[in-house]
Write a protein of this length. Structure first.
Ligand code: KG4
Ligand code: ZN
Length: 345
């Protein structure tokens, strides 16, 4: 089954052709990062205008790179939310129109589930359930227990800000640019992660949700206190490294606590934009090696096969859509208008 998938929830316009949820025939991404770098973040109206300009050329390129005509596509898929309303409306409008005109099923996909399905793309070995899936992006953080396809139990979620958002905000405070994640990661490589101790938030009521707003504030105070050092490269690198390790500790501590409670898990997945971070990957890989040894287990660690599948892309939407369709194909037989949904709260 070949699916043409469309993603336009934030600042990437993307279209992909994915076969049976795993084989990527094309994955075209038009990024607006350079435009938003000038304003230090995404301006929704600017993002919307860029999506309008990019969407048709990106779809045409995805079809031509896959070597397939639109008539031969079996179904369409589109991210319908959450995300920027003005951006989502462009992807969903085009998908609705193509579905209606071409008489093809349209599969609406939640953006977060797209990220969760990124490890299925070009997966080397067959993916095995149950899976503990940590999805870390600019807009969300979730730790899911997946017992089967599209069977998600939320173990931990974002109480306030997502980790990627914290990376972006701290990068801005440090004067590094946008998007912050890769820039902080590069700066942190030259710094000492023990130079400063920043808070790892936890809740007094015992819940294990993620919280990064206190960490952001701590960095702000730290920079205000050390105003004279803001041009000192070593100070900035040490701050970036100490911030990054605080985020990594917060994420990995929850992951391993939950793994202790779920010995049935066969694989640990790390997805979302922040999964591109090599220090985070390294920390989980190392931690899992020790955990496996201590518990006499063989839990596998899996990340998306390519960096392009970590940050926003349409191929992951095509993967999630395929497995969603397989669960109940009859749902998609008749045309149903897909409405964009900015928030699920
Ligand atoms: O998944 P994504 O592309 O978009 C959302 O769904 O939010 O994630 C984007 C986020 C940004 O906040 C960006 O700073 C972060 O992922 N990111 C990284 C890295 N690459 C991207 N964070 C840490 N380290 C990276 N290498
Ligand atoms: Zn995303």
């Amino acid at each position: 089954m070949k699916i043409l998938a469309i993603e336009s929830s934030c600042d990437e316009t993307s279209a992909a052709v994915v076969e049976n949820g795993t084989k990527v025939l094309s994955n075209v991404i038009a990024s607006q990062a350079k435009i938003h770098d000038k304003t230090g973040g995404v301006v929704p109206e600017v993002a919307a205008r860029e999506h309008v300009n990019a969407i048709m050329p990106v779809i045409e390129k995805a079809l031509s790179e896959a070597g397939i005509k639109l008539e031969k596509i079996d179904a369409l898929a589109v991210t319908y939310g959450p995300g920027l309303g003005v951006a989502l409306v462009i992807g969903t409008s085009v998908a609705n129109m193509l579905s209606l005109v071409m008489q093809k099923p349209l599969i609406p996909v939640k953006h977060i589930y797209g990220h969760v399905y990124a490890p299925w793309l070009e997966a080397k070995k067959g993916v095995q359930f149950p899976i503990m899936s940590l999805s870390v992006s600019g807009g969300h953080n979730e730790l899911f227990l997946m017992k089967g396809h599209h069977d998600f139990e939320v173990l931990c979620e974002t109480a306030d800000d997502a980790a990627g958002e914290a990376f972006d905000k701290v990068a801005r405070l440090l004067g590094l640019g946008y998007p912050g994640g890769p820039l902080i990661e590069a700066a942190a490589k030259k710094g000492d992660s023990h130079a400063f101790v920043f808070p790892r938030a936890s809740f007094s009521d015992g819940r294990l949700d993620f919280s990064f707003s206190g960490l952001k504030t701590a960095i702000l105070y730290h920079l205000q206190k050390n105003k004279s050092k803001l041009k000192d490269k070593k100070f900035l690198a040490d701050t970036a490294a100490s911030f990054q390790i605080a985020v990594i500790d917060a994420l990995t501590s929850r992951l391993f606590m939950m793994l202790d409670a779920h010995h049935e898990v066969k694989e640990v997945h790390l997805t979302g934009g922040v999964s591109a971070n090599s220090a985070l990957r390294g920390a989980i890989e190392h931690g899992l090696k020790i955990w496996n040894k201590q518990n006499d287990m063989k839990v596998i660690f899996r990340v998306p096969a390519q960096m392009a599948y970590c940050t926003d892309n349409a191929a992951m939407i095509g993967a999630a859509a395929y497995f969603q369709y397989q669960k109940s194909p009859e749902k998609y037989k008749e045309f149903r208008f897909v409405e964009p949904k900015a928030s699920f709260a």
